[in-house]
Design a protein around this ligand. Structure first.
Ligand code: ADP
Ligand code: MG
Length: 329
């Protein structure tokens, strides 16, 4: 059987879909669709689904945290454009054997995150379908048109920045798979997988600062997500291996699992941090801005006039374009 990658499928769908009305500023191909409305504002639209057995395993994923994650991964995409999430639609695909308690906990977590972001659940759908639990969420956000940060806005000689640390979520998933979720030493790593914290407020702050060019969230690993920025912008990228931010917990735990921390950071998915590019003279004000907001950012490389994503490690260059994580189906 011919194996279609997620990227090939999306490209084929994008080719078949027709162009929209003039108020559609961006359709398929960024973290959100962008639609112009009155007052210099745009609506942002995004949707993401979590499927049992593909994105989560109820053997270790507490339903409340699963509900939180379904909201968080969508809020992350709104933040990656610089927007403010406002409304959510929830489509629940329920297996026949779904308990009332599971449903209550799921909804408590989902609504908890919506409330944290001052969002409202405005609708959805409920279907009984097959064996697997599925949560498909659509979020609508809003922002000023002039501040929207697109994937296509990277320029040669921009510096590449990421928020937080990378690789924790992939390591956390490996720990959950090995039944080590409850170990005190692994809580922060497991939490990164089970209950990711979307960087919507940081994304908004960065977009409004006018200091940055391109931005997206890191859901499939930096190697793949930066490759999306490069492809959309017609540029290349160089990542300096020693500059990729790795948490102390990851550096301590990954080797014990026979995993390389840097590989998890570049290729593991689901960190939901931000990657963004900015001209070099933005560096000092950017660092001040993020320090003031209590958020860590790290410069991991630079944009080049070439193409693809190169990893520079110990004097060697390795092509890691689109080498990130893919959910197999
Ligand atoms: P993200 O990881 O930021 O959610 P994806 O990689 O899932 O983005 O999708 C990339 C782009 O393709 C987005 O613009 C998304 O809306 C679009 N897309 C993905 N799947 C489909 C689909 N089945 N039909 C139409 N557009 C899609
Ligand atoms: Mg995204």
């Amino acid at each position: 059987m011919h194996h279609l990658s997620e990227r090939n499928i999306i490209e084929a769908i994008a080719r078949q879909s027709r162009g929209g009305p003039p108020e559609l500023i961006k359709g398929i191909g960024d973290d959100c669709a962008v639609v112009r409305k009155a007052g210099g504002l745009v609506d942002l639209w995004t949707t993401d689904a979590l499927v049992q057995g593909v994105h989560f395993d109820l053997a270790w994923h507490p339903p409340r945290l699963l509900g939180r994650k379904a909201a968080s991964v969508n809020i992350s995409d709104i933040g990656a454009m610089g927007g403010r999430p406002r409304f959510a639609l929830l489509c629940l695909g329920l297996p026949a054997a779904c308990s009332r308690q599971l449903l209550d906990e799921l909804m408590a977590g989902f609504l908890e995150v919506l409330t944290m972001h001052d969002m409202v659940l405005v609708g959805g759908d409920t279907v009984f379908a097959g064996e697997r639990l599925m949560l498909s969420v659509t979020v609508c956000g809003e922002m000023e048109e002039r501040h929207v940060c697109y994937r296509a806005a990277a320029r040669p000689d921009d510096l590449i920045w990421v928020s937080g640390c990378l690789g924790d979520a992939a390591c956390g998933l490996a720990l959950c798979r090995q039944g080590l979720r409850a170990e005190e030493a692994y809580l922060s790593l497991c939490r990164a997988h089970l209950d990711p914290q979307p960087q919507a407020r940081l994304g908004r702050l960065l977009a409004q600062s006018g200091l940055i060019h391109a931005m997206m969230d890191i859901s499939d690993g930096l190697a793949t997500d930066l490759a999306h920025i490069c492809k959309a912008s017609g540029v290349g990228a160089e990542i300096m291996a020693p500059d990729v931010p790795l948490s102390p917990e990851l550096q301590k735990t990954a080797p014990a699992l026979q995993l390389a921390p840097l590989e998890l950071a570049l290729q593991g998915g689901e960190d939901y941090q931000l990657v963004f590019t900015a001209p070099a003279d933005s560096s000092a004000p950017l660092q001040d801005l993020c320090r003031g907001a209590g958020r860590d950012i790290a410069c991991v490389g630079r944009i080049t006039a070439g193409e693809g994503v190169m990893l520079c490690r110990e004097g060697e260059r390795q092509d890691i374009t689109f080498r990130g994580y893919e959910h197999t189906f």
